[in-house]
Design a protein around this ligand. Structure first.
Ligand code: MD3
Ligand code: FE
Length: 221
């Protein structure tokens, strides 16, 4: 390669600029945002899951969720036949949820800032594991006390088609493909939009294997 060619690429720096896609007024996809954090994130994820393993939860309607869940931080999200709520304890162990690793917190704050939400302090990180075939039906996230804070979502492993709807269940949905390393930040006027995940297609991810893992950082209280 000639030095002239090298100089052209040096000016362009395509890897330095995270791609930011706006999908609604206050909702952003940050493509590949988590990739530089990944090797610090995954060992902490393993430690959290050793203390609070994934489990499948039952909804108040009596359906077992196809995604398996865990949490870290002060508050963890749980559901059973009596309802959904944030709890300080892991119902499986009766112990407090593992603390939120510092690198999780810093990643969530960096992503929120990139999307225009300064001062985000999540006190909950819900971790969803989707094996192939698992999905999440259309729902709203409205169990958080404060609707002022955004939600930061991190996608790892197998890709997913995310459904991003309106404010009524029947509103038309956008389909947004989410890939390993993508971060989505939703807040403000978009905070109460209906959303869901289509069934995950079969596949093997080179780093994460046969699964999709999604973190959602929230200010629960
Ligand atoms: C859109 N998780 O855990 S990302 C959930 O990929 C959840 O595992 C999905 O929906 C997943 O509740 C979707 C997170 C997400 C969270 C809150 C939202 C998307 C949102 C609020 C408004 C719009
Ligand atoms: Fe949700």
């Amino acid at each position: 390669m000639s030095s002239i060619t090298l100089d052209l690429f040096a000016d362009h720096e395509p890897e330095q600029q995270p791609k930011r896609e706006q999908i609604a007024e206050q909702s952003w996809v940050l493509r590949g945002f988590v990739l530089p954090w990944l090797e610090r994130l995954l060992p902490e994820l393993d430690a959290v899951l050793a203390a609070a393993p994934f489990r499948q939860m039952v909804t108040p309607g009596g359906f077992t969720m196809s995604a398996a869940l865990s949490s870290c931080g002060t508050w963890g999200w749980t559901t059973d036949r009596s309802g959904y709520h944030y709890s300080r304890q892991d119902p499986a162990s009766g112990k407090p949820w593992p603390p939120m690793p510092e690198v999780f917190l810093h990643l969530a704050q960096a992503a929120a800032l990139e999307a225009g939400f300064a001062g985000f302090v999540p006190d909950s990180c819900l971790i969803n594991r989707y094996p192939p075939g698992a999905k999440m039906s259309l729902h709203q996230d409205k169990d958080e006390t404060s609707m002022a804070a955004p939600i930061v979502s991190v996608s790892l492993g197998l890709p997913a088609v995310f459904l991003f709807g309106g404010f009524e269940r029947g509103d038309k949905c956008q389909r947004v493909s989410l890939f390993h390393g993508d971060v989505v930040v939703w807040g403000g006027v978009d905070r109460l939009r209906y959303h869901g995940v289509l069934p995950i297609k079969d596949g093997q991810h080179p780093r994460l294997g046969e699964q999709r893992i999604n973190f959602t950082f929230r200010a629960a209280r």
